[in-house]
Design a protein around this ligand. Structure first.
Ligand code: G3I
Length: 531
């Protein structure tokens, strides 16, 4: 059970959070908060209004499954799914696809067609290629394979099992059809540590090792109040994200025993709220836990009562679209869970070298799980100083705030305070008054890095001639020319540092704050679905 000691700042934040939708709060943290949707309800104002106000991600509950979207040989029916994609586009919501390969909802023309395994493999490849191609650029992530494992960790025997390595094959076919899409393997009862999640983890390790196009694991999280110990979930998300994979919580709902009118007791609603809070808090601990999605969002429309008689009330909104305690706990968890940082995210802003910092070094800090959704670039004041607080963000080195250059969720750039001294410095990140965990980094005399023209940390350097034109092969510098090399990390001796260049010597002027890489490639372990 995760407990929070509420500081005044946190309490204040929790109160302001009450005025913000889940979507606003999630945007501020660069995380996706989604809901599975049924387009047949879009004409219901309250349904469409709640969905677009509270969520920045949408996923078809059924419309993209094999049977609805591919009802006959060579016959595709995209209408329902297209309306969900259109809703997402209209409301600037990310669209997540579900699901390409599943043992359920497979149409009779496939299951009763008497096909050989080879023919089924061709049918599956055609299905994946056609559907993923149709939604390329519109669906950012797919549950490519759903529920492929048994509880004991063995592979489920399905109609698709005749294709050797069908999970890997399906991922490769999907990747070919849309190389930009994030590809997931999704399952239930594999949230914590057990034989099933061990088998999924083993598969993930193998796929990552062999560069099979798997980008993440989906944890469905269909819960009851019986399993409230989420320690195993934390450990499972930790080990999956340590592989560099993303984790999506894909189908969260917490079913409750209800009376004949579908109502649950306040005590059960409170337990449900705690589970929603804890699930949110665990995901927010991991930069690569990038999406939390509920399976539906209102008790008015949920699969639970039809599947589990005597159970219901599983979602954050009640049948009248009123927020329940589960909603409020998601809100406060999004607002008060502390940001999480890792020392590996602190890199030289020019070279992306990490592992240590130098006083005065311009750094870029990847990975903090909170921050302004939109990029905020600082302006220097009349005396040329950059601010120590930017859009609610501060970066502290032994408690001393760094001057900041830009900030957005997951990527902040600033200047290591010149007062920073070794042998190590304690770094904390603060957003809206809430401090992150502290990490320690060695302090060294210098971490020199030359900025590059494309902000990639490699390739052509930011070196200008007297006419402020880049010095390149075509515009080579001549002996005796004055050139400017934009660099950082020279340490305290900032005045002028001699550097050796080919067959000559030049003066290296350490500059700060210029040419900051903003669209730089985010290291894999910190990649998040930044909008
Ligand atoms: O659309 C047809 C309709 O034309 C027909 O008249 C009606 C009666 O037969 O059936 C309708 O299809 C139903 C479909 O939901 C749409 O409402 C299917 O019978 C019914 O089996 C299907 O249930 C869905 C179930 O997956 C099976 O696909 C549930 O709504 C959906 O919530 C559930 O979701 C699954 C995830 O995809 C995977 N993880 C588990 C989760 C819960 O089972």
């Amino acid at each position: 059970m995760v407990r929070y000691y509420v500081s005044i700042a946190v309490l204040a934040l929790a109160l302001t959070a009450a005025a913000q939708s889940l979507r606003d709060l999630a945007d501020q943290r660069g995380i996706r908060i989604g809901a599975a949707a049924d387009p047949s309800h879009f004409t219901e104002t309250a349904y469409a209004g709640t969905l677009s106000r509270e969520f920045n991600q949408i996923e078809p509950e059924n419309a993209m499954k094999f049977q609805p979207i591919h009802p006959g040989i060579g016959a595709y029916s995209f209408g329902q799914a297209d309306s969900i994609v259109a809703f997402g586009r209209q409301h600037s919501m990310a669209v997540r696809g579900h699901t390409l390969v599943w043992h359920s909802q497979v149409p009779d023309w496939v299951t009763k067609g008497g096909y050989t395994p080879e023919q089924l493999s061709t049918i599956l490849q055609d299905h994946i290629n056609t559907v993923v191609t149709h939604y390329a650029g519109q669906v950012y992530a797919w549950d490519v394979v759903n529920e492929a494992f048994n509880d004991d960790g063995t592979l489920r025997s399905t109609i698709w099992s005749g294709t050797p390595g069908y999970i890997e094959q399906a991922l490769r076919w999907a990747h070919t059809a849309d190389p930009a899409a994030l590809l997931f393997v999704n399952d239930f009862s594999a949230e914590g540590i057990n034989a099933k999640s061990d088998a999924i983890y083993k598969m993930a390790q193998d796929f990552v090792t062999r560069s099979v196009p798997l980008h993440g694991i989906g944890l469905q999280m269909h819960y009851t109040t019986g399993n409230t110990n989420l320690t195993g979930v934390d450990l499972n998300i930790q080990r999956l994200t340590a592989l560099g994979l993303q984790v999506h919580i894909t189908e969260l709902d917490v079913r409750l025993p209800v009376n004949s009118s579908g109502t649950a007791t306040p005590a059960l609603l409170a337990t449900q709220a705690q589970i929603y809070r804890d699930v949110m808090a665990i995901c927010l601990k991991y930069p690569l836990c990038t999406s939390i999605q509920t399976w539906g969002f209102t008790d008015r429309y949920s699969w639970i009562p039809g599947t589990f008689p005597g159970f219901g009330a599983a979602l954050p909104f009640d049948t009248a679209y009123q927020p329940k305690p589960a909603y409020t706990s998601m809100q406060s968890s999004l607002a008060t869970a502390p940001p999480v940082i890792a020392s590996a995210g602190m890199l030289n802003a020019a070279s992306y070298a990490g592992g240590a910092v130098a006083p005065g070094e311009i750094v870029v800090f990847f990975g903090p799980t909170f921050g302004p959704a939109a990029l905020t670039v600082a302006q220097s004041d009349s005396s040329g100083n950059f601010p120590v607080e930017l859009a609610g963000v501060r970066l502290l080195f032994d408690g001393v705030p760094a001057r900041l250059i830009y900030a957005r969720t997951g990527q902040i750039s600033g200047v290591v305070p010149f007062s920073t001294a070794g042998p190590a410095v304690r770094v904390q990140y603060e957003y809206q008054g809430i401090l992150s965990n502290a990490v320690s980094l060695p302090v060294v005399a210098a971490v020199p890095g030359i900025f590059t023209l494309d902000s990639s940390g490699a390739g052509a350097s930011a070196i200008l001639d007297v006419a402020y034109k880049p010095v390149t092969e075509a515009n080579a510098a001549r002996r005796g020319d004055a050139i400017q090399i934009f660099a950082t990390g020279g340490g305290l001796n900032l005045s002028e540092t001699n550097v050796t260049v080919a067959r000559g010597r030049a003066l290296l002027r350490m500059v700060s704050g210029l040419g900051m890489p903003i669209s730089s490639s985010v290291p894999r372990q910190f990649r998040r679905n930044l909008r």
